[in-house]
Write a protein that binds this ligand. Structure first.
Ligand code: GLN
Ligand code: ZN
Length: 758
């Protein structure tokens, strides 16, 4: 709020800074009152911690016109949002695309932080990069806390991870070669912190949970040896998260640091090994409270696990912590007054997690009596969650057990299906279609909000949506698209819309988590066995199809995407939850077919981003992800055409899985890569049909006919004409009708040109 108000010019920098001071003070006070013993600082950010690090070390590309002085907020936000500050283009609900303004300085690129849905600003470095201490934020905030009476442990992003995350325009660039010139800046910051009285710092090196890499191990060795030598008075808590140290364990344990933090939620099995191998004197920070999910911990079970560790290492050498930063969970469960009380009793948000840590800390310090009531409450919640009929559904269990091979594959192979489908549809060569959504205009959003508040009746809202849909269908016919969509006006979000209609999901009111900058998302909570009480999309599809003789694609979100964009259960494997969702979507697919739908699109926008951090674990994930897609899409006859859509472009390393999904038609994002990513499909000899996006929907620009024709001719170099569909990169919900109309008219014209020429 304060940020948006500052960006829009409604409030001053001074006011923004004062708000920040107030927020930090309140956060520290809250942690203290909850009983936290290790209080962090420098965990506050105006936008993003990686950007803070770029700024701290003076890695500020030339375009931002920085003069080498202390970095101003204007420069900082120019890096975050572009100099024109017109915000981001987040068309897929998930801003994995570049963004920024067309003139002035563009924003830095942003991308996902490891396997989270948080997006960081990618540091941009050049081969001759120099670094300098350009912001004293860690020191300032340490001092600020100290003045309020808190001895804090500042948090810094580690130099090795920082460099590994950086990109350069120069392809020969080798990030880690910059380590020797970067480290002096870290030394300076740490020395200043020591001079201010700082005893411990936390330095994050999450690269330690990725596949072992000798070069990274060497870089870490060099870094921490130098820091130990140059800043001898300081204790470093080297922090890892999002997975096991695995084959990096020995390397991590050999670093000259005072403490090591490990993630015991993602990798509980590493505890004994690390405890046994930890050198004498090393403090271990045990990340036992889940920083990535919203479940309440089973405190008694944790105590049982932790007590022997404390006994073995001694109390002084053990700290108890969240598995990772609590940035990835919502703030306070108490605000959720509308939740089912049982479900609420199984949850913990950030504030509750901090309280859990304090309880564990006290119990481990031998003070069980004062926390006895809390431990009992935790036991009760854990027991009720294990047996609650709200979670466990015998029907779902039966259906899961009955999944067999026939449910995992279509009746016949693609070639046979394709010939049946071609005969059935009689589409022209290079058929044209769109990905599903049409502009979510202010009127659409206002109507939804009014309906939500009760200001618009169900009947009025339905009437409104019908008119929008009818207009969109009529217009698609007019401009001559071959396969139509209904426009998704009734949907708030491609996952939420389904979550709200499936059993096993619930929604919070204030469960916001940061996606990037000032953007937050509120993921659905998958708490129980999933089933579909009744059809979810059939009526809208039926209505839309009644308006036209052309094929109307039904539009669904796939199980992997629903799973990956939700908070999911931790009491069953992800794969199992995914299969349950797949069965529910399969029911919907079957009902759509029964209602007469001949083409059904199942979007898997988030399939790729679910890939595990370690390559060695990819296959297992891809296997169950593909299986889930096949379960939901295989309940139809050969004549029914299954489409899927993925709005990204790196397919090289997952092309086998894409092939195994066996969708009849896949639409993908290709316009910005100039069709190069189709090489993966060509090399693989992908047999099914493909719509490579010819219109970059992330930009307001309207591509003209020749531009799209040019892209199509590039596509034809890689695919056969019989395979090709023509469509935009993704859904059009973030665009304006003024942009969409001419763009799609041009797209249809480009298709007609191609037909004539061939
Ligand atoms: N069918 C969805 C739409 O068009 C797909 C969105 C997505 O892939 N992110 O909006
Ligand atoms: Zn998309």
């Amino acid at each position: 709020m304060a940020l948006e108000s500052f960006w829009s010019g409604k409030s001053s920098e001074q006011a923004l800074r004062e708000t920040a001071v107030g927020l930090r003070a309140a956060n520290w006070a809250r942690q203290k009152s909850l009983g936290v013993t290790v209080i962090p600082s420098n965990d506050f950010s105006f936008y993003d911690q990686v950007l803070d690090t770029s700024v701290m070390v003076g890695a500020i590309p030339e375009v931002y016109g920085w003069k080498g002085d202390n970095v101003s907020l204007a420069t900082y936000f120019a890096m975050a949002r572009g100099a024109e500050g017109d915000g981001h283009n987040a068309s897929c609900g998930h801003p994995h695309h570049g963004h920024g303004s067309s003139h002035g300085a563009p924003a830095q690129e942003m991308t996902k932080w490891f396997d989270t849905n948080y997006h960081y600003m990618v540091p941009e470095l050049s081969p001759g990069q120099t670094f300098t201490l350009a912001s004293c934020k860690p020191v300032d905030e340490y001092r600020e806390a100290k003045a309020l009476g808190y001895q804090t442990r500042p948090v810094l992003l580690g130099p090795v991870t920082f460099l590994r995350l950086a990109k350069s325009k120069d392809p020969s660039f080798h990030a880690l070669s910059l380590l020797p010139v970067l480290l002096p800046v870290y030394v300076k910051v740490l020395q200043q912190l020591v001079a201010e009285g700082c005893e411990w710092v936390q330095i994050d090196e999450p690269y330690l949970v990725l596949d072992a890499d000798r070069e990274i191990q060497g870089a870490l060795q060099m870094t921490y040896a130098l820091l130990a030598e140059m800043v001898p008075g300081l204790k470093i808590m080297l922090t890892t998260y999002f997975g096991a140290l695995g084959d990096n364990a020995a390397a991590a344990l050999s670093l000259p640091v005072a403490g090591l933090h490990i993630d015991l939620v993602r990798a509980p099995e590493q505890l004994d090994r690390i405890v046994a191998a930890a050198p004498k004197g090393l403090t271990l920070s045990l990340g036992v409270i889940d920083g990535r999910n919203i479940w309440r911990a089973d405190l008694s079970a944790l105590l049982k696990r932790l007590e022997p560790v404390v006994a073995a290492l001694g109390r002084d050498r053990v700290q108890i912590a969240a598995s990772c930063s609590l940035l990835h969970v919502p703030i306070d469960l108490e605000l959720e007054t509308g939740l089912d009380l049982d479900i609420k009793s199984w949850l913990a948000f950030s504030v509750q997690k901090i309280a859990e840590l304090a309880i564990l800390g006290k119990a481990l310090a031998g003070d069980r009596a004062t926390v006895a009531a809390s431990l009992t409450a935790s036991d009760v919640a854990a027991a009720s969650r294990k047996s609650s009929p709200k979670i466990h559904n015998a029907d779902v269990a039966r259906r899961m057990a009955a999944i067999d091979d026939t449910m995992r594959k279509r009746n016949n192979a693609f070639a046979k299906r394709a010939s049946l489908q071609h005969a059935r549809f009689g589409l022209p060569a290079f058929p044209t279609t769109t990905i599903g959504s049409f502009p979510q205009t202010t009127e659409v959003r206002n109507a939804r909000a009014a309906h939500g508040k009760g200001a618009m009746s169900d009947a009025q809202y339905e009437q409104f949506l019908k008119e929008e849909t009818a207009r969109a269908v009529r217009w698609q016919e007019e401009i001559g698209l071959d396969v139509l969509v209904h426009g998704e006006f009734e949907r708030n979000d491609m996952v939420q819309y389904f979550g709200e209609q499936l059993s096993g999901f619930t929604f919070t009111k204030y469960g916001w988590v940061q996606s990037y900058g000032s953007r937050y998302v509120r993921p659905p909570v998958l708490f129980g066995d999933v089933s579909r009480p009744k059809p979810m999309t059939v009526e809208w599809w039926r209505y839309a199809q009644s308006l036209t003789k052309k094929p109307m694609k039904a539009m669904l979100t796939g199980p992997v995407t629903i799973l990956n964009w939700s908070f999911v259960r931790d009491d069953i494997p992800r794969s199992e939850a995914c299969r349950q969702i797949a069965l529910a979507i399969r029911d919907e697919v079957t009902d759509l077919e029964k209602a007469g739908a001949k083409m059904i699109q199942i979007d898997e926008a988030a399939l790729r981003e679910g890939l595990p951090l370690r390559k060695s674990e990819w296959n297992i994930y891809l296997e169950w992800a593909v299986e889930s897609f096949r379960i939901c899409s295989s309940g139809v006859t050969d004549e029914t055409q299954i489409h899927t859509h993925m709005c990204y472009s790196e397919f090289n390393d997952i092309i086998d899985a894409i092939g195994a999904m066996d969708a009849d038609v896949i639409s993908i994002e290709t316009s910005r890569s100039k069709m190069e990513l189709l090489d993966a499909f060509k090399t693989y000899k992908y047999p099914n049909e493909i719509g490579p996006g010819v219109y970059d929907i992330h930009s307001p620009r309207v591509p003209d006919v020749s531009e799209m024709a040019e892209l199509l001719s590039l596509a034809r170099k890689r695919l056969t004409d019989a395979q090709l569909w023509i469509n935009p990169d993704c859904g059009l919900k973030t665009r304006k009708w003024e942009e969409v109309r001419p763009a799609l008219v041009n797209m249809v014209a480009a298709a007609r040109e191609m037909r004539q020429a061939s």
